[in-house]
Ligand binder design. Sequence first.
Ligand code: WTA
Length: 651
Amino acid sequence: MPDIESLLKETRVFKPAKEFSRQANWNKKTTAEYRKLGDKNPERFWAKMAKENVSWFAPWKKTLQWKPPFAKWFVGGKLNVSYNCLDRHIEGENAWRRNKAAIIWEGEPGDSRTLTYGELHREVCKFANVLKGLGVKKGERVALYMPMVPELAIAMLACTRIGAPHSIVFGGFSAEALRDRINDAGAKVVITSDGGFRRGAPFELKPAVDEACEGADCVDHVVVVKRTGEETAMKAGRDQWWHELMEGASANCKPARLDAEHPLFILYTSGTTGSPKGILHTTGGYLTHVTTTAKAIFDLKETDTYWCTADIGWITGHSYVVYGILANGATTFMYEGVPTHPGPDRFWEMIDRWKVTIFYTAPTAIRTFIRLGDEHPKRHDLSSLRLLGSVGEPINPEAWMWYHRVIGNKRCPIVDTWWQTETGGIMITPLPGAVDTKPGSGTLAFPGIHATILDEEGKEVAAPNGGLLAITRPWPGMLRGIWGDPKRYRETYWSKWKDIYFPSDGAHKDKSSYFWIMGRIDDVMNISGHRIGTMEVESAIVSHADVAEAAVVGRPDEITGTAIVAFVTPKSGVDAGSALADKVRKQVTREIGAIAKPKEIRFTDALPKTRSGKIMRRLLRDIAAGKEGIGDTSTLEDFSVLAKIRESDED
Ligand code: WTA
């Protein structure tokens, strides 16, 4: 992670090109107006956005009801998300969009499908009827565990059509992780597929669902999309094929008239304890936030082909592959597989072939492409691109410059967008036609968002000093709680300062009041832009019979931003070595998923602890990072332990 010192030396400034500003949805003038309104009266600003960008069945009575830390936006308003993403694009004055591509999808093997707004509407209505037929009622949860196939977007929208909150579990999570999430949400139906394609080969998903359902009694039905055609066991009475259910389904399904605060979805994310949190988002505020930000920040136009490379299983996919993009009537491109199959130029080849105009990806991916070499993007015509985005981690200025130069050909504005699962939508970002950018800075808070930097006591930190990022006013896309755990919601986000949201990120501002995000300051690691809790990995490791104790820390990594390092103490009599390291990695894969597998495992006789028995993580972080002069060790219980760890074998 770049430190404050080196970032302060970054002086390059890029002004929006005149031609871009001239055509931008939000030019300098509108942005200035909105910023002024958002600063002075955020409620009025968001009410204006809600009116302009979202269609309501019934207007709200009160814009915001704020009983800290519980917010209600657009109180009394009625709407439906699938109506906003579909129906309003195929009726009335927008009816011409019926035959415009809503989703262009490409599978990894090269097969593709295009769903127009009319077709997507039909599929969504049919699947909504399938869900009803399976007995899903308004308010009942549906779990989705799927690869990146169009059916995932169809299923999400069908859930919103009938008011059944979805809980999407990223396909890379294990059966164990899936079971925990299914149980926590009490999901009645699970939607999955036989598998998908990755790195040129099919992988299975359905067996993990079978395993997860053992011990998830809430599940009545499993719906299976046929994607790979591989042999799949179907449990009679529980499992049914998607295509068979769809065959007889009616394409007429009225969108449910839902309250603005009706639960839209739950999405689990890692925190500082062993169990992930079910972040709850609701209907009206979330849709207003993602629709407005997508329109302003990505400058979505009718002619755009927009591609966000995130998996829909993460918040970025929810907000900016599906909801924010379709609500604007834009074309969203979806890709199933890995960026480097069959060759290192797959992404650039697709951008060229589909003429993608807007490209939104993560710094990890950018750093991987840098390493793969400029010749791959340079082999393809990327002139269709007009805007680039970055999300998920701090982007180092050099990666930003490469993105600007090699992918954007120095023409495309870059929007570095800071936000979280909890914030629902983008919070800190440049506006491409209005805000000067600096490599590595997310620039300014979006209009209507009030962000600042505070110290532990809640005092504002003056530039250029570092401090804690804070959001001082409620915003429409904010989480409404942690599913089933209001206490944890209060403690995690609202207990540091009074009535101020604490995102757990460090940041500082520069002289022009630009934000520079430094990354997580809690025990959450950001691996390739994905949040993994150190505690989750630790509890997975110690669940192995050969392990006595474990401590997990992150260390800087050139490609993935952070890499996981596990310090492991084997039980007495167990040999430390590569065989055990192998078992530990398998255990983590089984408990959480391959994304949480430690990159490095170091065995040690004992972990360094304070007198009160707390593991000294700071020390371990320094050791993992290979720093020489390690900090204050005076509280170490056993000094010999430190020397042992530093000598410990690297696996
Ligand atoms: C980090 C992803 C710097 C941050 C949308 C945050 C970023 C966490 C940026 C949320 C960015 C996200 N610059 N850091 N542009 N975007 N982060 O919930 O640490 O998966 O707290 O949401 O990612 O990760 P999450």
